[in-house]
Design a protein around this ligand. Structure first.
Ligand SMILES: [Zn+2]
Length: 76
C-alpha cells in the first residue's frame, strides 16, 4: 500500500523512521522540512538498505567537518 508519509517502519536500533530508499528520505525532507537547513538523509548502520532522516551535526552545519567524517567517527 502506498504510504504518503514515506517511511515504512521504525528502526529499533536508532529509534527512527525507516525509509526504503535515499530518494524517499530526501522526499520527506523536501516535504516536511523545507525551511530546515540542517536535515540530511543517511544510511542506517544497523539494517542494510534502510535510510533515516536526521539533523546535521553542528560541526557539519558550521562547515568544520563533512557529515561523512562525523558519522564515520561515531560508528567506530
Ligand atoms: Zn537505523
Amino acid at each position: 500500500m502506498a504510504n504518503p508519509a514515506g517511511h515504512i517502519g521504525y528502526c529499533d536500533t536508532h529509534q527512527k523512521r525507516i525509509y526504503p530508499t535515499r530518494k524517499r528520505a530526501k522526499q520527506h525532507i523536501r516535504n516536511h522540512h523545507q525551511t530546515e537547513k540542517r536535515m540530511r538523509e543517511y544510511r542506517c548502520a544497523a539494517v542494510k538498505g534502510n535510510w533515516h532522516v536526521g539533523h546535521l551535526p553542528l560541526a557539519v552545519v558550521e562547515g568544520r567537518k563533512t557529515a561523512r567524517q562525523v558519522y564515520r567517527k561515531r560508528a567506530s
